[in-house]
Design a protein around this ligand. Structure first.
Ligand code: PA5
Length: 444
């Protein structure tokens, strides 16, 4: 039973019901290609059935590791080392659920999750090590290939810090590796050093891996309910597989609208939130759609904005700049906490008319006002409504976006499951760093 709703009312006149009906046979064909596994990249479709087929012993083992590390060792911080698909999903869910001010989460019995291996910034790394100097901590190192430079470099540095702090044996008890079943440098290190390890399935690509240990382990370590997350994904999977009409399948409808808009030269999609906790959902979504569709000279450019913050910086452009964009607004119906506007006798700020109102009521006025204004300014607006933010709803949202991405990519005519373009910068970087084997490589 879905709790996520898609509202297409403010796509008109750029997207009409007739146009949705016209493209629908293509969308249905793309869905069949996806679920029957007959399209390009069909060796990377393991994510389609993950919510129902994930081995329960893996979930149990994740919980055992959380108990051993978070509860028994009472860690204050948990470092997640990974980049791209090996960290964005976990961060998206954790940041959606945790307090924006969770600097000292340990007070609630939960370690603060911090990130490494997603940047080569020396100052970031120094700041992280300075932070870890004073914390009781553990580490998950995540890399499917096991050879990605950024996490490999970060892991070497953090591991040295960990070994200095806890000794080699103590460090080994605080490291969990998540990597390929049998290949790669990380796999070999984990075996040699006897780190507990989880496998990233061969048939699940990085950006689709949040419902494998890649996402589940850090999310559980942060104290969140991975059963509910999987349950939500399962509900949405059922809906995506069963529904075949625009009314019953929001993921297919989203894929249809995006493709109609793209064919009308709407080349930029802005994923908009009015809740800052969702900004890493946008980062995860950008990778999902950017890597899946941005190839062969095609693809919508995924962009993201956080309102009302960005209305005061990007609002002007959205309202009156190039009309090459559309917005997908993630609306959250109910906040989890209440804050109301206090009264002030002097009313010098002139906002006494808001006294007693919930901040969310004001935020919803901003949202509605923005949607109407942007729509009237020539920006088609799609609205995805979430009832609130919790693990189950996030599980639905994740699967919704993943399924829609597969359907949308096949409708666009690309292989949504490869990312050949990511290699170009790596080869240049290897040559510049003097990596053995790249001595004669010409920068391109
Ligand atoms: O989606 C992808 O394939 C990429 O973003 C990878 O996840 C990212 O490059 C990290 O790769 P790896 O997990 O092999 O270290």
């Amino acid at each position: 039973m879905s709790v996520i709703k898609l509202n297409t009312a403010r796509l008109e006149p750029q997207v009409t019901q007739d146009e949705i009906n016209q493209i629908w046979p293509e969308i249905k064909a793309a869905k069949q290609t996806l679920i029957q596994g007959t399209g390009a990249g069909n060796d990377f479709l393991g994510w389609v059935n993950l919510p129902t087929e994930l081995d329960p012993t893996i979930v149990k083992e994740i919980k055992n590791q959380v108990h051993r590390i978070a509860t028994e060792q009472k860690i204050e911080a948990f470092v997640v080392i990974g980049i791209g698909g090996s960290y964005l999903g976990a961060r998206a869910v954790i940041e959606a659920l945790q307090s924006e001010f969770a600097f000292n989460n340990v007070a609630n019995g939960k370690p603060l999750v911090v990130y490494a291996g997603h940047t080569l910034s020396e100052d970031y790394c120094h700041q992280l090590l300075e932070f870890l100097d004073t914390k009781n901590y553990a580490v998950a190192v995540i890399s499917k290939s096991g050879t990605t430079t950024e996490p490999a470099v970060a892991f070497r540095i953090v591991r040295e810090h960990l070994e200095k702090k806890y000794g080699r044996t103590g460090a080994a008890e605080r490291i969990i590796a998540i990597t390929d079943k049998q290949r790669g440098a990380l796999h070999d290190i984990a075996q040699q050093e006897h780190y507990p390890a989880f496998v990233i399935p061969d048939n699940v690509g990085g950006r689709f891996s949040v419902l494998t240990p890649v996402g589940l382990l850090p999310i559980a370590m942060a104290g969140y309910d991975i059963d509910a997350l999987l349950e939500g994904a399962k509900e949405m999977r059922q809906m995506c597989l069963d529904g075949d009409t625009p009314e019953t399948n929001p993921a297919m409808l989203y894929a249809a609208c995006r493709n109609i808009l793209y064919r009308k030269d709407k080349k930029v999609e802005m994923l908009v939130n009015f809740v800052p906790n969702l900004r890493y959902i946008s980062e995860w979504w950008k990778q999902l759609y950017g890597e899946s569709e941005g190839k062969d000279g095609k693809g919508i450019l995924p962009h993201s904005l956080s309102f009302t913050t960005d209305l005061h910086s990007m609002g002007q452009y959205v309202q009156q700049g190039e009309r090459t964009m559309f917005e997908t607004v993630i609306s959250v119906d109910h906040p989890l906490h209440e804050v109301t506007i206090p009264s002030d006798e002097k009313n010098l700020d002139g906002i006494n008319f808001l006294v007693g109102k919930h901040l969310n009521d004001i935020n919803r006025c901003a949202e509605q006002g923005t949607i109407i204004a942007h729509h009237n300014g020539g920006v088609p607006v799609l609205q995805i409504s979430l009832p609130h933010i919790d693990e189950r709803v996030l599980g639905q949202l994740i699967y919704f976006f993943e399924f829609a991405c597969g359907v949308s990519g096949y409708t666009l005519g690309v292989n949504p499951f490869d990312q050949p373009g990511v290699e170009a910068y790596k080869k240049n970087m290897f040559a510049l760093m003097g990596k053995p084997g790249y001595e004669n490589y010409k920068l391109q």
